[in-house]
Ligand binder design. Structure first.
Ligand SMILES: Cc1cc2nc3c(=O)[nH]c(=O)nc-3n(C[C@H](O)[C@H](O)[C@H](O)COP(=O)(O)O)c2cc1C
Length: 193
């Protein structure tokens, strides 16, 4: 089995190794059960993300491969995402709580994204690979898990051990070999006084 070379970002300024070294792989080892200690730490990191008014407007559905829950999450994914994400050890649905006590939570998606970012960084530090997806049917998950209207499935994250590129379909292997790119920071900083 050949593991893909780590896809470390080429940065214009030094950043933490764990941030440069995180990437969204589509290669997962279907033989590996999820590292439970690492998963617990990643969820704990998400728990300790900041949120406006400490509202913590996030919920998580943890679906380990082989469970009925996992099958339900897999069936909600687009065909392309199913192909590479189903072998991952676990799929986590990141759910935004858009309303609390009858009032909208204006920052629900922002806060959920921070929780997801915390999760990915902790996971990669502990050797778990992650890949977030919006290519899924949120309505199917809401129905499958009987979520109230105030809880909106927003992303699904594949989590697991890195797999081999040898058996990957061409479309996946090509993406995995492609250079990782970002536009220059100057194109994102609109004012720099
Ligand atoms: C919110 C979100 C949704 C995404 N949805 C998908 C998806 O449905 N399918 C997919 O293959 N990749 C998906 N991606 C992965 C992005 O394409 C990837 O993060 C981006 O190209 C940057 O690559 P990197 O994470 O390896 O740096 C998603 C990423 C994020 C953050």
């Amino acid at each position: 089995m050949s593991l893909i070379q780590e896809r470390v970002a080429e940065t214009d300024a030094p950043i933490l190794d764990i941030l440069a070294g995180r990437w969204s792989t589509r290669l997962y080892d279907a033989a590996e059960a999820v590292d439970e200690a690492a998963l617990a730490s990643a969820l704990e990191a998400a728990r300790w993300a900041p949120s406006a008014f400490n509202a913590q407007p996030w919920r998580f559905i943890v679906a380990r491969r082989g469970t009925e829950t996992h099958a339900q999450v897999v069936s909600s994914l687009t065909e392309f995402n199913q192909g590479w994400a189903a072998p991952a050890s676990a799929l986590i649905v990141f759910v935004a709580e858009t309303e609390q006590n009858g009032k909208p939570v204006a920052t629900a998606l922002y806060d959920l994204g921070q929780a997801a970012a915390h999760f990915t960084v902790q996971a990669h530090a502990d050797g778990l690979y992650t890949h977030q997806m919006t290519g899924f049917d949120p309505a199917a998950l809401s129905a499958a898990f009987d979520l109230p209207a105030t809880q909106r499935p927003y992303t699904v994250m594949a989590v697991g051990a890195l797999g081999s590129i040898d058996d990957a379909p061409t479309a996946v292997a090509e993406r995995e070999r492609a250079p990782r790119t970002r536009r220059p920071i100057a194109d994102s900083v609109v004012v720099d006084d």
